[in-house]
Design a protein around this ligand. Structure first.
Ligand SMILES: [Zn+2]
Length: 249
């Protein structure tokens, strides 16, 4: 009976509100939010989804002193997470995006008509039309650039490897940078146009090599490396920075 009452009282008393504090981590001011949770058995720390700070979940009755001590103990982990974080980049006037691995500034021209103009020297992308359509226009342009570069690279490797592809699609696929079907269709992510050209080039070599070897055998890798010696660096780049390509939207 006593137990039951304790249980119902606990259910009734509201959880204290979340508390947000600023934490100084190696000269960076970082927000940390302490949130109590009825089901929490221990302290858990995670980065906020937008990368703006951290959230710590506390057991209902844990002391704030212990929570802060846990935060201090986790300093190295938090610094590592901050260094790895990817900030989302919104396509908009004035924003900076990567194009073939080089930072470019987006500039809305305000002109009613015209095409997207790429000024490679000034590292700018001039986008005409209404601001509300800027994102769609620029993404369409980036997809067309990706299709062009991927077609050039795929054709080059098809000739070199004695392979033939039937069709090439550029899509916004999240899970893979490229794929190849047994009937000769190559699919690529348009976001490869944001990466350094050597990375796009490697993905094309990889997919075209699958037209010859539908596996990841030694023979497959020998074929890729023979024609694209830079493959290892490109693979490492994708592993380290690939998620940055998905941060643009
Ligand atoms: Zn593969």
């Amino acid at each position: 009976m006593r137990l039951l009452r304790a249980f119902t009282e606990r259910r009734r008393s509201p959880l204290p509100p979340a508390v947000t504090e600023m934490l100084l981590l190696a000269d960076q001011q970082v927000a940390i939010t302490y949130k109590r949770h009825t089901a929490a058995r221990r302290f858990t720390l995670r980065m906020a989804r937008d990368g703006s700070g951290f959230t710590m979940t506390l057991p209902r009755r844990a002391s704030m002193m212990d929570a802060r001590a846990f935060a201090l103990k986790s300093e190295a982990w938090m610094l590592k997470a901050l260094a790895k974080r990817v900030r989302p980049v919104e396509i908009a006037d004035g924003a900076v995006i990567m194009l073939r691995g080089v930072e470019h500034r987006i500039l809305a021209t305000g002109k009613v008509r015209g095409l997207v103009v790429h000024d490679a020297d000034a590292r700018t992308l001039h986008v005409p039309g209404a601001t509300s359509h800027l994102k769609r226009r620029l993404v369409d342009w980036l997809k067309a650039e990706a299709a062009h570069d991927l077609d050039v690279a795929s054709t080059k490797y098809a000739l070199a490897m004695g392979a033939r592809f039937r069709k090439l699609n550029v899509r916004d696929q999240k899970s893979r940078w490229g794929s190849c079907s047994s009937d000769g269709v190559l699919n690529y992510s348009w976001r490869l146009i944001l990466a350094p050209s050597s990375v796009l080039d490697y993905v094309a070599a990889h997919e075209v090599a699958h037209l010859r070897e539908m596996n990841h055998s030694m023979r497959f890798w020998r074929l890729v490396l023979k024609h694209c010696p830079d493959s290892r660096n490109a693979k490492t780049w994708l592993k380290l920075h690939g998620n940055r390509l998905h941060a643009l939207g």
